[in-house]
Design a protein around this ligand. Structure first.
Ligand code: URA
Length: 238
């Protein structure tokens, strides 16, 4: 707290103690009670009438179309950030990329802690993909996905993934990690090219309740709670 007040308030670090004793520093609307009070990225901090920090946490779900890059900036193509047409879009980062031609559920946020927990395989949040393949599937795929595959480039074995055969050329796959081109590389082991890839859900968040192709919306408080990861401070009406 004292570093933030000193840097943004333009006061010497030693003076912060005095401001604190005078009750001039407020944290989330209450007088600060210690120089060492923890201040997160979304904590509101004021000095007298001056707002020193007031960042709102943002959690966005986007229905990514094909032909859009999962990046914050790109010289050639439209990015997923370009699709979120609000002033705060430049603060957002991507949680789990989708390839240029992949479609479906994409999450964006400015809450680094939330995005790290979502991507952390320890938290077991399944990402589900619908996959359309060039060649016919058979039961041997199910075991190979469940056993994991060794990826030479990273020197790792993929975590158990559940594959459900939906049709001769169609499968649904649950991953709890997100390695580079993971699905394409896994089907690549069978020399079977992925023709289309669509992320249908991430944990309890489903594209069924999602926006139309190319559209986005903010997640609701109940969606965030249901997902089960620690998140920041939306009001019950959000
Ligand atoms: N795996 C892939 O190969 N591509 C994606 O876009 C997502 C997962």
């Amino acid at each position: 707290m004292d570093r933030l007040v000193s840097e943004r308030g333009g006061v010497h670090r030693k003076e912060v103690r005095l401001l604190l004793a005078q009750g001039r520093i407020h944290i989330d609307g209450r007088p600060a009670d210690s120089i060492n009070q923890a201040v997160g990225p979304f904590t509101r901090v004021t000095l007298d009438a001056r707002v020193l920090q007031a960042n709102k946490a943002r959690y966005v779900m986007l229905h990514k179309p094909s032909g859009v890059v999962s990046a914050t900036r790109d010289k050639q193509h439209k990015t997923v950030i370009d699709l979120v047409s609000v002033p705060y879009s430049s603060e957002l980062h991507i949680v789990g990329r989708l390839d240029f031609n992949s479609t479906g559920l994409m999450l964006l946020t400015n809450d680094g802690r939330w995005s790290r927990s979502l991507s952390d395989p320890q938290n077991n949040i399944a990402k589900t993909y619908r996959v359309l393949l060039e060649k016919a599937l058979d039961d041997s795929y199910v075991k190979a996905f469940a056993d994991g595959m060794y990826f030479d480039f990273e020197g790792v074995t993929t975590r158990p993934a559940e594959l459900r055969i939906l049709g001769q050329y169609e499968a649904e796959v649950d991953l709890i990690e997100g390695r580079y081109h993971q699905i394409k590389r896994m089907f690549g082991r069978f020399d079977n090219r992925v023709k289309a890839l669509h992320r249908t859900s991430v944990g309890s968040l489903s594209m069924a309740a999602g926006p139309a192709l190319g559209q986005w919306r903010e997640l609701t408080l109940s969606e965030l709670d249901l997902l089960g990861l620690e998140h920041c401070c939306l009001s019950p009406t959000e």
